[in-house]
Design a protein around this ligand. Sequence first.
Ligand SMILES: C[S@@+](CC[C@H](N)C(=O)[O-])C[C@H]1O[C@@H](n2cnc3c(N)ncnc32)[C@H](O)[C@@H]1O
Length: 233
Amino acid sequence: MSAADEETPFLKSFKDPQAVANYLSGPPLFVPGFEALHRMTNVLLAERVPENGRVMVLGAGGGIELRAMAEFAGGWTFEGVDPAGEMLALARVTMGEHANRAELVEGYIGDASEGPFDAAVCLLTLHFLETEERLRTLKEIHRRLKPGAPFIAAHTCLPTDLNARTLWLDRYAAYARAAGAPSEMVAKAREAVGDMSSLYPDNVDAALISEAGFSSVEMFFAALTWRGWISHA
Ligand SMILES: C[S@@+](CC[C@H](N)C(=O)[O-])C[C@H]1O[C@@H](n2cnc3c(N)ncnc32)[C@H](O)[C@@H]1O
């Protein structure tokens, strides 16, 4: 059993039918530029992914990015991996007419097929993993990619300094309120995110992505507490 197999409170919530039923409305309220993040992901992938390319999506639950990629490039196919079966069921619904272009695997990175894939994407997911598990996961993603294939990751980062951390958490919450999220929902999310021990400064993530074997690690997305990187296998 790997560290990831121990259910975190977050993973439990992704297996909770009621939380999953409300999932799709959440990210656009909490991630500034959520739709643009997907559009940028598509554009960056398209630099190297061929017309009939196969893309692995880790943490594919909900299916929002799967749908965005499927609509953007009609020839791409996907393998979506996620330990929460309920979130994968939602992904199938979200993908609608494109659902037959994705194979959905319930599990962790070790359960993904060997590929090799033309690209990998991991959005709003790696921040749940502590350093060791994050590095192991990144290495396993890298191992499944063709040489030169792009890898796109985006998730929450926070500074280590306590005062700075509090300020950025307040900004995270203020954005969600301004976007229209109910106060009670925002308060819960702020508390839960504030309790996470796996949120690191963005230079730590960039270093882990490099250490896993990826080259040309570049940040392409920075929006309040959120960061995104493109790199290549
Ligand atoms: C916040 S959701 C993001 C879903 C989707 N990528 C999006 O952007 O809407 C995080 C997802 O990561 C999944 N997850 C949690 N731990 C994981 C792990 N170790 N490996 C892969 N996915 C994981 C959860 O089940 C959940 O579906």
